[in-house]
Structures are given as structure tokens and as C-alpha cells.
Design a binder for this molecule. Structure first.
Ligand code: CMP
Length: 138
């Protein structure tokens, strides 16, 4: 069993797509171990995406991630990190495979509907950023 971290981003929550995206996640065999709807503060978004702080899109990304509520989840399953990355599709929807979350729902490269951890070490850090052990009950 492996865990990964997911955000259903503000563009998707604003369009009431969280249920459809969660259904795709569950259909792929991933279990929702922990979940909450939150609106990120600027400091939380900057901290979460600190690795991208030197990128030209950082300011816009932080502003967008704080623009409305999002759903953060800890997902669990066999090969969860790669399984969820495959389900999301490429960062840029134009490069995402048919049937993926981003191909179906992303608006552009920034407003791309979902985030998923890029590896197991990152997943552990990202899960701990939003959840304590008592909140991982699923
Ligand atoms: P995510 O997988 O959450 O990781 C970093 C985020 O930055 C990414 O999804 C997009 O929302 C955003 N992003 C990545 N590349 C770009 C880009 N070239 N221009 C604008 N936003 C980007």
C-alpha cells in the first residue's frame, strides 16, 4: 500500500466537479484516506509550492490557488503515486491523454483542476502539510 496527496483545485471546485473527480479516483482503485475542503491562505499556498518560487508563474499560481476553496485528499492504494499521476494526465491539458482528469476538465496549464505528488517522499511531505495522523481515517 502506498499513499499520495491530491488537491482538487479551485477551478474544478468552482465548477462543482469535485464529486466527478472523486468518482474517477475511486474507480481507479484509490481509497480516500483523508479529505477536507479548505481555502488556502497566501502563506499556505506559497509554502506548499515553495519548490516553484523562482518560476515566472509562481505569483499567479499562488493567487489562483487562494482564489477559492479546494479539496485536499490523502489517497491510498497499490502504486498510488503513479496511479494518480496517470489518472491526472500531463500538467498541460494539451498534452494530456484522453480520459484523464486534466484532459476532461482543465482550463489551461495553470488552472489544471488537480495536483498530485510526484514521488513517495514528496507525498509524505505534502500529506503532512495538510493532515495529522488522526485525520487519516478512511
Ligand atoms: P501542479 O501539478 O500542481 O504543480 C505546479 C503547478 O504550477 C501546476 O500544477 C500548474 O498549476 C502550475 N504550472 C505549471 N507549469 C506552469 C506554467 N508553465 N505556467 C503556469 N502555471 C504552471
Amino acid at each position: 500500500m502506498e499513499r499520495t496527496f491530491s488537491i482538487i483545485k479551485p477551478d474544478a471546485v468552482a465548477r462543482n466537479l469535485q464529486g466527478e473527480i472523486m468518482a474517477m479516483i475511486q474507480s481507479a482503485g484509490l481509497r480516500i484516506k483523508g479529505m477536507k475542503m479548505i481555502q488556502l491562505t497566501k502563506a499556505q499556498a506559497e509554502g506548499f509550492y515553495a519548490v516553484h518560487s523562482a518560476r515566472p508563474f509562481f505569483g499567479s499560481l499562488v493567487e489562483y490557488m487562494c482564489s477559492g476553496p479546494c479539496v485536499v485528499m490523502c489517497l491510498e492504494g497499490d502504486n498510488a503515486v503513479q496511479k494518480y499521476r496517470d489518472l491526472m494526465g500531463a500538467t498541460n491539458k494539451d498534452n494530456a491523454a484522453e480520459g484523464t482528469i486534466r484532459k476532461k476538465y482543465a482550463l489551461d496549464i495553470e488552472k489544471n483542476s488537480c495536483h498530485g505528488s510526484d514521488g513517495q517522499d514528496t507525498a509524505a511531505v505534502e500529506i503532512a502539510y495538510f493532515f495529522n495522523a488522526l485525520e487519516l481515517v478512511g
